[in-house]
Ligand binder design. Structure first.
Ligand code: PGA
Length: 246
């Protein structure tokens, strides 16, 4: 599973160029899950290009609101369903940092979303927390938002260390593998039906380093920011995932 998070980037021109470059490099493979979370305003535009090129790419949103009605600027779970989005990112560290989102809000959002699309819940520690060996503690707290949820096979967790996002720094392959196993164990043990979630890695993934992560036993894919803005880079990452050991 490879997800592009375009954040607040792009234009119609950029999107057209992106797809021209992507389709040139991309070799499709059955069973692969590729998703794009564009800025909401471009969702229909992206959807049209995907259909025109008969591409197997799922669409999702970068966030949602837990309520609807008088919530200027927000989008609701019902709208996500209405627009046939397959997934939504929830709890991204930029939402936590710049929009002051707390675990309680993230929990409400996931509970709304679970019936309509796949939540991709982002968790991860700051650099300070990492230095103080608090990574597992912080992640356990962030995973508490899943308590009481009947999530069947839908839930996906993205491990995104805050200090690795957009910085060019990453944990080692071994560190990532260890945290991913930890996340799977925690979610499985708290899940009503003992479900083991898919866990994606996110934070400075690019076409050079991706293969290394993809070979790891507990890495089920990636959530990609910066490198996903280039259609040909993204195609190479997707192809590299298809070609790796799983
Ligand atoms: P990055 O962002 O790939 O630019 O580090 C990842 C993310 O924020 O999801």
């Amino acid at each position: 599973m490879i997800i592009a998070n375009w954040k607040c980037n792009g234009s119609k021109q950029m999107i057209s160029t992106w797809f021209a470059e992507f389709t040139e490099k991309y070799a499709s493979k059955e069973g692969s899950y590729i998703g794009i979370a564009p800025p909401m305003i471009y969702l229909e535009y992206v959807k049209r290009i995907i259909a025109e090129n008969s591409l197997e790419i799922k669409l999702g949103t970068q966030d949602l609101d837990a309520s609807n009605g008088a919530r200027t600027g927000a989008i609701s779970a019902e709208m996500i369903l209405d627009c046939e989005c397959n997934f939504s990112i929830v709890g991204h560290s930029e939402r936590r940092q710049y929009f002051d989102e707390k675990n309680s809000t993230i929990k409400e959002k996931i509970h709304k979303l679970i019936d309509v699309a796949t939540p991709i819940l982002c968790v991860g520690e700051t650099s300070e927390e990492n230095k103080n060996n608090l990574t597992e503690e912080v992640i356990s707290k962030q995973l508490e938002v899943l308590e009481g949820l009947n999530f069947q096979n839908k839930i996906v967790i993205a491990y995104e260390p805050v200090w690795a996002i957009g910085t060019g720094m990453t944990p080692s392959k071994e560190e990532i593998n260890e945290i991913h196993k930890f996340i799977k164990d925690v979610v499985q043990s708290s899940s009503i039906n003992s479900l083991r979630p898919r866990v994606l890695y996110g934070g400075s993934v690019n076409e050079e380093n991706c293969e290394n992560f993809f070979k790891s036993e507990f890495v089920d894919g990636a959530l990609i920011g910066g490198a996903s803005l280039d259609g040909s880079s993204f195609a190479k990452i997707v192809t590299s995932f298809n070609g790796s050991y799983k």
